[in-house]
Design a protein around this ligand. Structure first.
Ligand SMILES: Cc1cc2nc3c(=O)[nH]c(=O)nc-3n(C[C@H](O)[C@H](O)[C@H](O)COP(=O)(O)OP(=O)(O)OC[C@H]3O[C@@H](n4cnc5c(N)ncnc54)[C@H](O)[C@@H]3O)c2cc1C
Length: 468
């Protein structure tokens, strides 16, 4: 039977099994699942399945496994490297209806949620408990998608990424079998760490249906500040020295002058100049916060920072961080009719100033309009490259991205600190990990998904498999 006939027969069986409410072949629904928030080409799935339970996911995978039909898990579709672009004759498995909060264990600071809930919805639910979940990628992402991309965000410098904040998972394997990984305890030294293996696996090893998360207490005091700089390297050095001094800063985000100009216009930040800027957040007991602020201010002033502007009320803080989270949309708004490509790389923090100043020169040489912003406290930043919406335009942007990645890898960094591989970063994996490590990764993939039905073609470039 051809792949297409296989998929058509599966769709009829899924309709019978799950009902018409959960299976759609509608063109606009398929179109909405044909791509993520990325420049990689779109491709329509044959159908979209809206799972409502682990059992639904298991039923879909059992059928697709038996008939060798590819399945692409879809959370909110905010990933930026082509992760959710369906291959030919595949099914998109949407988890966004799985939004239940299954338990909140306040005394142990943990909770269990279904994979389709967004981080914003979880935090709204937790608002009166004194607890919160800190990992905050910019988009309205789902917890399942965040696990699958090993996401982080502005608060990772203090609270870590998804890797540090997931205690356990329920996962449906390629053949439909349901397994549990990890648990509720803070540590365990038993068995292989399957939870970590699924975190960052981009839907290629199993479909996550439930997530056990670590929660954190809302700090007693939170203060936010902004400091502007005339020079990019002074701002990056300030962030680096804050981390090297061990100041437990809650957030430290860089926006270069290009990004700041766009944010001022998009988010009405009219009190600021279009200069390179650091956004800071300090959190903890009042005395500790005062100490962190004093140390940070003195480091910034020593590096030629201008005076600090303070956001003391929650409304002012929300306004600042919303503007930071809208940075991508601010550049998009300035670039009507063009494409915005978001790159992502990371280096050890002591090398960040060298890398970012080098990348600024690369941007100038390219002649492209591009902004630099990022989670500099982790050594991680993005370049938002604006390009003509043509093949030539893409090529120019990709050439610049390749230069940026080459600089990061030469400094012992990674081609992605948080966005992941998808399709966009495949070409860099061998240089970053080496052929031996890649062949072991392919052996893991073959063991978990022997018929290669789970998001095929993503995360791993083709090549030899480790055979021992
Ligand atoms: C404006 C903007 C800002 C962003 N900022 C950040 C940032 O600061 N930090 C960051 O880390 N990312 C950032 N991102 C990227 C994106 O938000 C993250 O990658 C996010 O984790 C994706 O979640 P999602 O629910 O949208 O997943 P999707 O895009 O739907 O899926 C992503 C991948 O996970 C797989 N997947 C989804 N759900 C599951 C599941 N339940 N089980 C198994 N696999 C699954 C998919 O198959 C796909 O491979 C940003 C994106 C945008 C548009």
């Amino acid at each position: 039977m051809s792949a297409l006939t296989n998929t058509s027969s599966i769709i009829s069986q899924l309709l019978e099994l799950l009902g018409a409410d959960k299976v759609s072949t509608n063109t606009s629904v398929c179109d909405a699942h044909s791509h993520g928030e990325a420049y990689h080409g779109a491709n329509m799935p044959e159908a979209v399945i809206f799972a409502e339970s682990t059992q639904d996911v298991s039923a879909v995978l059992k059928l697709c496994h038996a008939h060798r039909v590819p399945v692409v898990a879809f959370g909110a579709g905010t990933s930026v490297e082509g992760h959710v672009t369906p291959p030919a004759h595949s099914i998109s498995l949407d988890l966004s209806r799985m939004v239940d909060i299954l338990e909140v264990n306040s005394p142990d600071l943990d909770c269990r949620v279904q994979a389709g809930i967004t981080r914003q919805a979880l935090n709204t639910f937790l608002r009166d408990t004194g607890l919160f979940f800190p990992v905050d990628p910019g988009g309205e992402a789902t917890l399942g998608g965040m696990c699958a991309t090993r996401a982080s965000g502005t608060a990772a410098v203090r609270y870590g990424t998804m890797k540090e904040n997931v205690l356990g998972l329920t996962v449906v394997m390629a053949n439909g079998e349901v397994i549990q990984t990890g648990g509720r305890v803070r540590k365990s030294s038993t068995g292989y760490d399957l939870t970590s293996l699924f975190i960052g696996s981009e839907g290629t090893l199993g479909i996550i249906t439930e997530v056990q998360l670590r929660l954190h207490g809302v700090p007693e005091q939170i203060s936010a500040a902004v400091c502007q700089f005339d020079r990019l390297d002074d701002a990056v050095t300030t962030a680096t020295e804050i981390i090297q001094m061990g100041i437990p800063i809650a957030r430290v985000e860089l926006l270069d002058d290009v990004q700041m100009e766009a944010c001022i216009a998009f988010s009405s930040l009219t009190e600021f100049q279009p200069l390179t800027t650091l956004f800071f957040e300090f959190a903890g007991a009042p005395a500790a916060v005062s100490e962190q602020i004093a140390l940070t201010e003195s480091i910034a002033l020593d590096n030629n920072g201008r005076s600090f502007s303070w956001a003391d009320t929650q409304d002012e803080r929300n306004r600042l961080w919303k503007a930071r989270h809208n940075a991508y949309w601010a550049i998009k708004a300035k670039s009507t009719g063009k494409q915005v490509i978001s790159t992502d790389c990371i280096v050890p923090i002591s090398l960040l100033t060298d890398l970012i100043t080098g990348v600024r020169q690369d941007i100038e040489q390219s002649g492209l309009y591009a902004a630099i912003l990022g989670h500099v406290g982790d050594g991680n930043f993005h370049t938002l490259i604006v390009t003509e919406d043509t093949q030539e335009g893409y090529q120019q942007a990709l050439d610049l991205d390749r230069k940026i990645v080459a600089r990061a890898l030469a400094l012992g960094g990674s081609c992605s600190g948080e966005h992941g591989v998808g399709l966009g970063k495949l070409e860099f994996l061998e240089t970053e990990h080496g052929s031996g490590a890649l062949s072991v990764m392919r052996a893991v993939k073959a063991a978990f998904d022997p018929h290669n039905i789970l998001n095929p073609g993503k995360l791993l470039p083709a090549g030899p498999v480790f055979e021992g």
